[in-house]
Design a binder for this molecule. Sequence first.
Ligand code: SF4
Ligand code: SF4
Length: 440
Amino acid sequence: MAKSFRGGVHPDDRKRYTAAKAIEVAPIPRKVIIPTRQHLGAPCAPIVKVGDLVKKGQVVAEAQAFVASPIHASTSGKVVEIAEYPHPVFGACQAVVIESDDKDEWAPGLPLSRDWQSLDVKELKEIVRLAGLVGMGGATFPTHVKMSPPPEKPIDSFILNGAECEPYLTADHRVMLEQTERIITGMKIAMKILGVSKGYVGIEENKPDAIEIMRKACTGSAIEVVPLQTKYPQGAEKTLIKVILDREVPSGGLPMDVGTVVQNVGTMVAMADAVEKGIPLIERVATITGGAIAEPKNILLRVGATFAQAIELCGGFKEQPVKVIMGGPMMGMAQRTVDVPVIKGTSGILALSAADVNMGDEQPCIRCGRCVEACPMGLVPNMFSILGERGVFEVSVKEYNVLDCVECGSCVYVCPAKRNIVQYIKLCKVQNAAQAAAKK
Ligand code: SF4
Ligand code: SF4
């Protein structure tokens, strides 16, 4: 029987629009807008100037801290501008703008790339860092940091997150079907870096073809495919770890606290490409979908192409969208414009039509308890909305553990009063951090 967890919700997955669509490769954009910040952590500093000629894969912005990932040119051409541009996560961010020369010429590969079996852990980690790898599920945490747990946190297992539980998104599903061997190679590299002998692949049951193909590819290896019940948020790290390993990440803790590391499907392909081919992270597969898109697709897009260009490759809008989101509808980021660039964490571009969205005004909480039942973390979400609205932030942490919230949005999905619970949760977290900083 497929494994599952307490709580969660069952939204219509709406993956039917793109699940059978093979990945298309986008043409080289005429111009790419490459933000200097595409990860969680400090922004990078540009190391090119206007007028420079750059090659594909060349570093254009260098990391300034350990928790940061370098940024590379996604095509060859001329740097025509370094300026502030709209950003899909941070609102605005400095970007290096490159006008393509249509040659798409590669810079020399990453310096350490060769037969990965012969590389030691330090060399492998350095390639991962130089390649600018980040968590491609949307979290964008720098991969070399995640792959460097301190010695006092021994790791005994590795989990590949193939759940892709967000409605609409099918990019990971297609990558599992079309780049199976690259994923397995990436996993083996990751397992070597972590020094673990056991790997797991968690896949929701609504992707039986992916379960089958990944199982075949894992036969005879130390990697086990674990079918998961189709339920949101099955792919949240903490629920995945509980379901697969029966371990609970402690309050405020990380997967490494319970001896494991979780990575995304796309990140494993990028890891294999970096280590075996010397290719940095300059492109990714994203699902472009939603009721407002003429022909939804999965497309391999260059970092720095705009959402507008990606949507154009899908025939444009068939009707005016009421909402454009980067990522899925439950945890994605609403966008003010489609003139934002694709970044390393762009798993999907969702343009929702009026029929897709359940609009309505926020009402007072009626204390029905549905949000409590739905919360996979065992929290009391209605209290976050009440405390956030009243500005009682400290209580939300001390008595109601708001910091354990994974912001999955299950509570919002079931709320009949249309409470903006996640918005209040974010407010509680931000205000608490600010109050704690002010006390220091
Ligand atoms: S689901 Fe909405 S209305 Fe019901 S208790 Fe939770 S916040 Fe209140
Ligand atoms: S409180 Fe947080 S973890 Fe719980 S359902 Fe709401 S968003 Fe998800």
